[in-house]
Design a protein. Sequence first.
Length: 152
Amino acid sequence: MAQGDAKMKKTSPPDPAFESRIRSSFARQGLMKTIGAHLVKVAPGEVAIELPTSKAFTQQHGFIHAGILSTIADNACGYAAYTLMPANSEVLGVENKINFLAPGKGERFVAIGKVIKVGRTLAVCSGEVWAYNNGEKTLVAVMQSTLMAQRK
């Protein structure tokens, strides 16, 4: 199988109420409220978060700061993993690796997190951040993230 052809194994969420759990957790994140990010998709093993652009998030060259893009990618991956975790758990990041492929320039950004593999304790996810500008879509960052299920 060629690299990039791997597909996530179909997995059913152990918690049938996973979507309300994800939305409730996301609503408690002060940072997501502060930057104006919102959930646009919550499905088993996949979450998308949208962020409208703001001059407040730019770095010295006028592009959206890498820290902001990393934040939405991290959250998308974390919540994608959380969709497949038991109801009596919380999600906690263990490691992130991000590559920036293009400047953060756009009207809005969408981070998509997808589970690659989930186990009893750890989940590995891939993340993408897309910039939308004047009807065009550009991949600006990719992330690999490892997350841990913490029992409550």
